[in-house]
Each structure stands twice: as C-alpha cells, then as structure tokens.
Design a protein around this ligand. Structure first.
Ligand code: EPZ
Length: 418
C-alpha cells in the first residue's frame, strides 16, 4: 500500500489548477443511465471514485470511455443489467446514485445497501422514501434494495433533512416521471445544481435547482448532451488551507470562489489574505492563524467536507477554536492522528475543542477517510520534520495527482510504495 512521505516547513508558492468536482461528476455520470443518447462530459477528474462508478455503469452494459484530457463519453444505450453489486457499493457509497435513473428509465433496480462507513451509519431511507412516494415498490432483502415501478409518478416530497445524493437521486427519477414532482427541503449544493444543469441540457424541465424547493416536470425521454463539470470547491479549499498552513502564496486557477463563501469567510476571519477573481483565488498568509469557531452545515453553510482540513489549520492557531460537526455522526477520525503530531484537541460528542499549539511535529499517521487524509497532508505540510501517511488510497479517491500538484508548489512530498 502506498504511503506519502512529507517533510513540512516549505512555504507553498505558485499556481495550481483545480480539478473538476468529484461529487458533481459522479451523479452526472450516472445520469447517462437515463438516456439512449450520448453524454459528453468535460473536466472530469481522474480519480479512483470515477473509475469505480465507470466500472459500475459498464457492469450494467453502459459504455464509458475516456476521451482526451478530462473528457468522458457515457452511453446508456445498451444497458441490460439493473444491479449494483455489493463489491462496488461497499467501496463507494455514491454507487447508490444509479438507483433513481434505473427505476425511472427501466422500471427496476437492485442495489446493494451501502451499510456503515468510516464517517457514520449514512442510511438511504430518504432516497427510498421518496421513490416510494413516487409509486415505486421497495423490497429489502439479502442486503439489497429492490425497487420496481411501471412508471414513476410525480408528487410532492418533503425531505426530513437535507441530503445531497438523496436530492440527486430523486431529481433524476423525477426527470422521467409522469407529471410534476416538487422536492422540498432539497439540498442546494453546487453539485446538485450542476447535475440539474446537465439534466436540463438533456431535455429535463427543472426549476429552482440550488434553492430548497425544486420543481421537476417529467418528460417521456431525455436526449444526448455535452456538459462541463464545475470546479471542485473542496479540492480548492484544501489547497487554500495548504497555502495558509505553510505561510505561502498560492493562486488557484480554474476554481469557483463563489461556491466557497462560507469557507473563505472562515479563512478570512483566521487572518488569511484572500484575493478572489473570476475563476481564480490568490491565497496568502504571513502570520500564525487566529482561532475561529466553525459549525458544519448543508450548503451554503460551512461544508462538512472541509471540517477536517480547517481543524488542521486550527491545530496551529493562536487560541482555542470550537469545531462542531452537525452533518455526520462520526467525522472526527482525524483527531487521534493529529494528536500524534502534537495537536491539542478534545472531543465531546459532536464538538471538538482545539487549543492551538505553536508547532506540529511530523509522525507516522494513518489515513481513515478521504477528508481525514487531506487534513493529515495539510498538518504534515505545516509541521516540523517528516510525516509518513499510511493508507493513502483514501486520498486517491478524491484528489487528482495531489503529490504532483503539491510538489509543483514547492512541497517536499514523495509517494513511496511500501
Ligand atoms: C454527499 O454525501 C457527499 N458525497 C459527501 O462527500 C458529503 O460529505 C455529504 O454529501 C454532505 O455534504 C457525494 O456527493 C458523492 P447526505 P451523501 O445524504 O449524499 C443523513 C466526500 O468526502 N441521511 O447529504 O451521502 C446522513 O446520514 C464525501 O467527498 C439520512 O439520514 O450525504 C447524513 O447525516 C463524503 N438518510 C446527512 O443525512 C438518508 O437517506 C447528510 O448526508 C440520506 C442521508
């Protein structure tokens, strides 16, 4: 298993291109199941999770091919299997995004239940409840959910809580349903908006995407489309923290600062000097960061996917910061590893109290999930000495060539095959 060896201390300098958003690309790829037409997606990041979803679609009979740098051609013409097997769903929960499209277009789907993962139990009851309301018959047996419907019917669905992939699944289901579906308390994330933009290009009739009430007038069929995936706001946020934690000066290009308001607000409060421009963001930091308090929340709140990275920055801040995780139950897996690097963090339930220390120190640490891994990389970049991060396959699920991008900014990072 590969390791990352990082010697900290070098201020990052230069510019780095932000990749396309993993969490927008995943639902956009599964949208290929909704149509006989071809989808041409641009700005798709080359990541393990994208390989996994592509493998899943191919398993169903779809064609998924890389076309040039960042291009992906998806064709759902020959789909003939309607199952997402345990082996694939187990490695990536987002596989559940095939459920809505399959039931909507073929009237049937058999998808393994995702079960628990490192950041909490993460059920899919809201996805299933919505499909049921649209007339699907849902059976759970042998660890699989089977959904059947002659044709889904539009209805009004009120989500109990905001769910990103739940909203995406039902958006895709509603696009081909008979009649009008209204999704209330829908997730507003830019990734949901990006999927809605692709669906609209395919001929779907959607109003209100990006607000918490989304109205979808079903159409009988959807057609081909080309679409460019939005920039990855979490990768961009991670590089912004990398610049700050190393007291560097980094310009992010091909990014979307307008999707990052809450994170940028907190970085500013911490004393980071930010200069946003169209499609770019310059990040500079000279002094030790000030401690800031953060509570994660659905968009436009502070993204849970940036919580671990902000904690790495706060571990070295001047003062005590209180970080509250409200979206997931168990998303503090990075804390024990940060402690190994000399951080001073105490957890009480969903709240972490982080007393900044003047200097983190390198240590052997273990990555546990994608964003926890990112926080360890950041802590290592700001630390004194060398950090060895084990199990970096988590990182490869969501960060495209991270060690190359960091090295180009002057970081001392090596991938070592152990
Ligand atoms: C998406 O996961 C992202 N994944 C996650 O990114 C992200 O952390 C999360 O949204 C929150 O922003 C993708 O987009 C592929 P949710 P998702 O449904 O959709 C509860 C990363 O690092 N819930 O919005 O699975 C759930 O348990 C990842 O890239 C139910 O109770 O998250 C959680 O507490 C990890 N029942 C909350 O809602 C349901 O049916 C929000 O989860 C669905 C969700």
């Amino acid at each position: 298993m590969d390791q990352l060896h990082i010697r900290g201390g070098a201020p990052l300098k230069g510019s780095v291109r932000v990749s396309g958003a993993k969490n927008a690309a995943l639902p956009c790829i599964t949208a290929g199941l909704l149509t006989e037409g071809d989808l041409r997606l641009a700005n798709v990041p080359r990541l393990k999770d994208i390989e996994t979803i592509s493998r899943l679609l191919r398993h169903m009979g779809a064609a998924v091919e890389e076309v040039g740098a960042g291009g992906l051609a998806v064709s759902g013409r020959a789909v003939s299997r309607f199952e997402a097997p345990y082996e694939l769903v187990r490695t990536m929960r987002a596989s559940v995004l095939v459920l809505g499209p399959l039931v909507a277009r073929f009237g049937r789907a058999r998808v393994s239940l995702p079960g628990g993962c490192a950041i909490g139990p993460r059920p899919i009851n809201l996805h299933l409840g919505g499909l049921k309301q649209m007339g699907a018959e849902i059976d759970l047996s042998g660890g699989y959910v089977e959904a059947k419907a002659r044709r889904l019917r539009g209805t009004r669905i009120v989500f109990d809580m905001k769910t990103v992939t739940g909203t995406e699944n039902l958006l895709m289901a509603a696009a081909l349903a008979e009649g009008t579906t209204v999704l209330e308390n829908a997730a507003c994330e830019p990734e949901v908006q990006d999927l809605a933009a692709l669906l609209a290009a395919m001929g779907a009739r959607i109003r209100g995407a990006g607000t918490d009430t989304v109205t979808v007038e079903g159409v009988p069929t959807l057609g081909p489309a080309t679409h460019r995936i939005i920039a990855d706001r979490i990768e961009a946020g991670t590089f912004a923290v990398a610049a700050a934690i190393t007291r560097g000066d980094v310009t992010l290009t091909d990014c979307a600062p307008e999707h990052m308001e809450a994170v940028l607000g907190k970085l500013r409060e911490a004393g980071v000097d930010l200069t946003p421009g169209p499609g770019r963001l310059r990040v500079r930091m000279r002094d030790r960061p000030r401690a800031v308090n953060v509570q994660t929340a659905p968009y436009p709140g502070f993204a849970t996917d940036m919580q671990a990275q902000l904690m790495a920055l706060m571990s070295g801040a001047d003062g005590r910061s209180v970080i509250t995780e409200t979206v997931f139950e168990n998303r503090f897996m990075h804390v024990n590893e940060l402690l190994r690097m000399g951080a001073d963090v105490k957890i009480a339930g969903r709240t972490a109290s982080v007393q900044g220390v003047p200097q983190l120190r390198g240590a052997p640490v273990m990555a546990t999930d994608l964003r926890a891994s990112a926080s360890l990389v950041l802590a290592a970049l700001g630390a004194e000495g060398t950090t060895v991060i084990h199990r970096i396959y988590h990182l490869d699920r969501g960060y495209e060539t991270i060690e190359r991008k960091l090295s180009a900014l002057g970081a001392d990072v090596r991938r070592v095959r152990a």
